[in-house]
Design a protein around this ligand. Structure first.
Ligand SMILES: CC(C)(COP(=O)(O)OP(=O)(O)OC[C@H]1O[C@@H](n2cnc3c(N)ncnc32)[C@H](O)[C@@H]1OP(=O)(O)O)[C@@H](O)C(=O)NCCC(=O)NCCS
Length: 193
């Protein structure tokens, strides 16, 4: 019974599948996330303390149980390897809104994996969780993420000054975008035609 519940959270795409973190992912996570280029645009520290991987996986499981946050590993369908992470955080059920954050290991970039992972997460947020608003932010210097966000149809709302202290302890201004359920639905209907 418990097993079935867990599997409800597996999200399947063409290039990737997403699923909640498991204890057995600890080693692969440590190896992948310990990367300066990830720390540059996220709050994940570099050098990465290996203890953090275990804590992250444990915390993710607790948050998932309470439906506070949804942290999923991204896996390549081609090789089955762990490719990155995507999370729904800052959930405010009363206002039906959340934020999405993500990163990919270096060798998995520029293949369209995150574009697909974000689509899977948006579908999950709007269809399964019945949310109304998803916020996505990135550093003003993160050109790849900016492009990716704009391709989802999310609207730019403004720039927050020094809103991110990255994993290298540098302050970044961040671009704030959001996508609403009605916009997501409209875009999806448009792409089907
Ligand atoms: C930002 C990040 C998640 C983007 O991941 P990604 O999978 O490379 O993103 P996309 O799926 O949008 O693809 C990015 C690029 O690859 C190109 N691409 C997509 N599919 C491709 C394919 N099959 N072959 C070649 N290139 C492809 C896209 O056109 C895009 O190129 P462009 O930026 O010149 O337009 C990744 O670079 C990353 O994790 N960076 C470090 C951490 C970070 O910045 N996290 C986000 C914080 S907001």
């Amino acid at each position: 019974m418990e097993r079935k519940k867990k599997h409800n959270f597996e999200l399947n795409g063409e290039k990737v599948f997403l699923r909640p973190w498991k204890t057995s992912d600890e080693r692969a996570l440590k190896k992948l996330v310990s990367d300066k280029s990830i720390a540059k645009f996220t709050s994940i520290p570099f050098p990465y303390n290996p203890k953090l991987a275990k804590e992250y996986i444990q915390r993710s499981a607790k948050k998932l149980k309470k439906k506070d946050e949804f942290h999923f590993g991204i896996f390549s369908k081609e090789t089955g390897e762990l490719a990155g992470n995507i999370s729904i955080i800052r959930t405010e059920w009363k206002h039906k809104k959340v934020e999405i954050g993500y990163w990919l290991g270096k060798k998995f970039r520029k293949k369209g994996l995150m574009a697909e992972a974000v689509q899977l997460m948006l579908e999950f947020a709007f269809k399964k969780l019945k949310l109304n608003r998803v916020k996505i932010c990135c550093s003003t210097k993160n050109k790849t993420s900016k492009k990716l966000i704009e391709k989802t149809g999310a609207k730019y709302e403004g720039t927050e000054r020094e809103a991110l202290v990255n994993g290298l302890d540098k302050k970044h201004d961040t671009l704030v975008y959001s996508i609403l359920a009605k916009e997501y639905k409209k875009k999806k209907e448009g792409t089907k035609k």
